[in-house]
Design a protein around this ligand. Structure first.
Ligand code: HEM
Length: 526
């Protein structure tokens, strides 16, 4: 038995040695010269192990610090860390496609904006909704009015919290889910989590379960096995239940069920309801105009349901996690000086910049320089999607003078770009003022490295919605409140989940995942 195991181990080692020499000697191109630890270059399981430990992004960042802006992180994967590589890989018209990694974002078996690989499929779909996400739509009209209403409801929720202490990890999720569902579905699927609907609040439960990190790992590294595991029924299901990476209902089940029900409600609504003022602005309405009953080769029911579910998932954690870190960072005693300047700026808004409820208009928040610097800094240090955005090209290419063979996976992680100490002085410190009153050349350089929303054709489509949600809420909060770390939460960093990893402020030793307790105290200016 022991001999058989030894024999097997020896065989595996021999395969890896042969593979190592094959890949390093057959390098028809110079990708074999890309520096990096040899353990990573011989097997993709080395990086998968980092994924399992929840350390992928930080490990890659350390490898860049050690080996420079180009690092081999797998037999078929290279990580870059430079604005020039950023342009080559992600620039408009670059031809690089999203990899199969993104197929885990398919919904109801259909691809969508997030998961399409080909530029053609993606471009055709994007055309249908791009205008609805434009900045002009966000700044005025029904979408802006909805965001302002949600900001008002958030303040009312805070006001009702015992002793003004709120777990903003949760309450900000209520804010983002109510905004995105209102924007996507209108009356057919808008949630009311802020105003207390428990069934809508419960939709977030499976998203907030830390086991979703383990499930993401299985879905990416063992996709067929994971599909098989979750599709068992009867006795097999009962036995295998104990081995599931995340208990059912698994990740996003609640959200996806809600998204499907919203689609059916929309489909069954009358023509009059469909084209009512507010309804006609929604994403579901725009997509429905291209339903196959109206257009030859148009979208079918599941295409539309999948597209909306995808935007719904993309628009919850991202916005609320950024807002949470922003408020938490401003509440730290060492950052009260920044908070005071922000309060001064939002307090100086004239009456004409406020709606009837005293909430700053979205358009007014958009123009505030200090507020925008605070958001930009929160997105730098606590970007909610910090990990690699993997891409590949069907033909060979040259990136930062390295020849990259066709099909090789290349990527850049915002986390590493945002922590380059040569570009961002004292990079682990939250300092919104680094974006203000700096020489233009320095500002341009920092902007070249700032990459929270991605870039080019696959840049975040929700950027303007996210920005209007953030500017409006932060302006509304600090017009009324000062914020402090709640008693008992001092010296703790909140932690968020992104893919297989947890992210938090690395200057803190103690981490509380999915919790952030903040005290809101009226400053009495208004
Ligand atoms: C602070 C908030 C947000 C941040 C930082 C953010 C960031 C990003 C990033 C980095 C990507 C590219 C991901 C990749 O290629 O791996 C992306 C794509 C996307 N985001 Fe966002 N996002 C935010 C909010 C939103 C919101 C509110 C929506 C609402 C619908 C949204 C919808 C999408 C969609 C649909 C894509 C895919 C776009 C495409 O491939 O054309 N995002 N986002």
């Amino acid at each position: 038995m022991a001999l058989t195991t030894l024999y097997l181990l020896g065989l595996i080692a021999a395969i890896y040695v042969v593979r190592f020499f094959y890949t390093h000697s057959h390098g028809a191109s110079s990708h074999h010269n890309v520096p990096g630890p040899w353990t990573f270059s011989i097997s993709s399981w080395r990086l998968a192990y980092e994924d399992l430990r929840g350390r992928r992004t930080r490990t890659i960042c350390q490898l860049h610090a050690k080996y420079g802006p180009v690092v081999r992180i797998g037999p078929n994967e290279v990580s870059f860390n430079s604005p020039s590589a950023l342009r080559t890989i992600y620039g408009a018209g670059s031809g690089f496609q999203r990899t199969d990694y993104y197929r885990m974002f398919d919904a109801y078996g259909r691809q969508n904006l997030f998961s399409f690989a080909s530029g053609k499929d993606h471009g055709e779909r994007k055309k249908l909704v791009a205008h609805a996400y434009s900045k002009t739509v966000m700044l005025r009209g029904s979408v802006a009015a909805m965001v302002e209403l949600k900001a008002k409801q958030f303040l009312e929720l805070i006001q009702a919290e015992p002793e003004g202490v709120s777990d903003i990890f949760r309450t900000l999720h209520y804010y983002s889910i109510d905004n995105i569902t209102g924007f996507l579905y209108g009356g057919s699927g808008a949630t009311s989590a802020l105003t207390g609907d428990e069934s809508h609040r419960a939709l977030l439960n499976d998203m907030l379960d830390p086991a979703r990190r383990r499930l993401s790992w299985f879905a990416v590294h063992l996709p067929s096995f994971t599909k098989w595991l979750y599709s068992r029924s009867g006795r097999a299901e009962v036995i295998l239940r104990h081995f599931l990476p995340m208990q059912k209902p698994a990740m996003m089940t609640g959200i996806r069920q809600h998204a499907l029900a919203a689609f059916h409600r929309f489909k069954e609504s009358s023509q009059k309801e469909k084209s009512s003022e507010i309804g006609s602005q929604t994403i579901i309405h725009r997509l429905y105009k291209h339903h196959q009953t109206r257009k030859p080769d148009g979208l079918d029911d599941m295409d539309i349901a999948s597209e909306c579910a995808d935007h719904l998932l993309a628009g919850i954690d991202t916005t609320s996690d950024t807002l949470m870190f922003l408020i938490w960072a401003l509440s730290l005693p060492q950052n009260h000086k920044f908070q005071a300047k922000l309060i001064q700026e939002v307090a100086s808004l004239p009456e004409s910049s406020l709606n009837g409820d005293g909430i700053p208009f979205v358009e007014a928040g958009d123009k505030l320089p200090y507020l925008n610097a605070v958001i930009k800094e929160a997105l730098r240090l606590y970007t909610p999607l910090p990990a690699t955005e993997p891409r590949s090209l069907l033909t060979p290419s040259i990136i930062d003078s390295f020849e990259i063979p066709a099909g090789m996976v290349v990527g850049i992680e915002p986390y590493s770009l945002h922590r380059n100490p040569k570009v961002f002085e004292d990079p682990l410190r939250f300092n919104p003022e680094r974006w203000l009153n700096v020489p233009l050349e320095r500002l341009n350089e920092m902007n070249r490295w700032w990459w929270a929303f991605s870039s080019g054709g696959r840049m975040c489509i929700g950027i303007h919605l996210a920005m209007s949600e953030m500017t409006t809420l932060v302006a509304a909060i600090y017009r009324k409140y000062q914020t402090y770390i709640a008693p008992g939460f001092e010296n703790v960093s909140p932690g968020i989940t992104s893919r297989f990893e947890m992210f938090y402020d690395e200057l803190f030793d103690s981490i509380e995942e999915h919790e952030c307790r903040i005290k809101f105290q009226p400053h009495g200016r208004f």
